[in-house]
Design a protein around this ligand. Structure first.
Ligand SMILES: NC(=O)c1ccc[n+]([C@@H]2O[C@H](COP(=O)([O-])OP(=O)(O)OC[C@H]3O[C@@H](n4cnc5c(N)ncnc54)[C@H](OP(=O)(O)O)[C@@H]3O)[C@@H](O)[C@H]2O)c1
Length: 179
């Protein structure tokens, strides 16, 4: 079947639009890759939140494990002193000793706190009074817990614990630190 000139013009326009779309998305992907590989610079948090001065403290709740522990390592590497808050003092002491070994100038502190049992501003103010003398430049409210199960399988106490840790800890701790 012969193609007339109008049809060939439409085919030509469609091919051009298709080619432009492909070029556009290819360039976008390449730019993203370039940005990811070459241009991503780790932020200097000490510069941002501690005026670049060694000796400013970072407080990390749940800093003795997982993401919080990695954050403590990276903050110590950047020159922050590290204060962890969690339930197990021995675990915190062990992890802080490892940090100290890697970054000898880093001062460290372990504060025992069980956020599942704290539910009033008064309790948070008392907790924060333990670090009132520290020059805190960075606060990471990292502790979080998950309670999996159907509603009827979760006890009231477990339910309250999850909310105390994931909800109240974040807002009460922030307010107690800022006041
Ligand atoms: N891992 C993931 O894939 C993932 C994904 C999305 C979001 N997150 C969130 O990221 C945060 C860190 O997760 P993660 O997996 O790194 O946690 P993780 O490895 O389980 O570490 C939890 C930390 O919190 C402390 N902690 C637990 N319960 C506490 C309590 N009641 N009071 C005070 N401290 C308590 C633990 O120390 P002690 O046991 O000594 O108290 C530990 O230092 C959480 O908020 C989590 O919800 C994680």
């Amino acid at each position: 079947m012969a193609i007339n000139s109008t049809e060939s013009l439409v085919i030509c326009i469609c091919a051009c639009v298709g080619a432009l779309v492909i070029v556009y998305y290819t360039l976008r992907i390449l730019l993203h890759l370039l940005n990811y590989c070459c241009c991503r610079r780790r932020q200097n948090l000490l510069e941002l939140y501690g005026n670049g001065e060694r000796g400013v403290w970072a407080v990390v709740t749940g800093g003795s494990d997982g993401i919080g522990l990695e954050l403590c390592h990276q903050l110590a590497e950047q020159g922050f002193n590290i204060c962890m808050m969690a339930r197990n003092k021995n675990k915190m002491d062990e992890k802080l000793a490892q940090i100290k070994e890697l970054y000898p100038l880093c001062e460290t502190k372990a504060i025992v706190a069980d956020f599942s049992k704290l539910s009033t501003m008064q309790q948070y103010r008392q907790l924060v009074s333990e670090i009132a003398h520290l020059d805190v430049g960075y606060l990471a409210l990292n502790t979080g817990i998950v309670q999996v199960g159907l509603t009827e399988q979760v006890t009231d106490s477990q339910f309250e614990s999850v909310f105390n840790v994931n909800g109240l800890q974040v807002v009460y701790m922030a307010k107690a630190m800022l006041d």
